[in-house]
Ligand binder design. Structure first.
Ligand code: NI
Length: 168
């Protein structure tokens, strides 16, 4: 078990576009295990590989305590519902438990990915699960919650971050 340090905004790893995974080997299985351990320890409901500094298109999501974490390799959202919902979101990389901002997301999505066994998967997600998957896929596309909120909320969040990090 390895709990790895989570990169904190504005770490450059959080702004990078990540690379497609082309083989599921022992290194990738180890990465996935470490991501799940790190997410659980935080605790959080999702984690993207670049949050621990690995620029690969891998995310883990676990919105339900009763089930195993879901592993999504090379995930893509192939459909977004027009119906959207705005809700507060925090992030393990953006001063967790202190900063949350309103983010509008599609209520339902269809996701295609490869699982940890190398199998293609496709599923519909809704509610908190859909929100978490959209949040994590944003991460591997180099975006964080403050890129997704209003200009006003971004300004307030950045000011708070600056103060908390002693840069103000
Ligand atoms: Ni996050």
């Amino acid at each position: 078990m390895a709990i790895l340090p989570i990169r904190v905004y504005p770490d450059p790893a959080l702004k990078e576009k990540t690379r497609v995974v082309d083989s599921i080997d022992d290194d990738l299985r180890k990465l996935i295990k470490n991501m799940i351990d790190t997410m659980r320890a935080a605790p959080g409901i999702g984690l993207a590989a670049n949050q621990i500094g690995v620029l690969k298109r891998v995310v883990v999501v676990d919105v339900d305590d009763d089930e195993d974490a879901m592993v999504l390799i090379n995930p893509e959202i192939t459909w977004y519902s027009e119906e959207r919902e705005e809700n507060e979101e925090g992030c393990l990389s953006v001063y967790p438990d202190k900063i949350s901002v309103n983010v509008s997301r599609s209520l339902r999505i269809i996701v295609k990915a490869v699982n940890e066994h190398g199998e293609d998967v496709e599923f519909e997600a809704e509610g908190l699960f859909a929100r978490a998957v959209q949040h994590e896929i944003d991460h591997i596309n180099g975006k964080v919650i403050i890129d997704r909120t209003s200009a006003e909320e971004r300004r307030i969040a950045l000011r708070e971050l600056t103060e908390q990090m002693g840069m103000g």
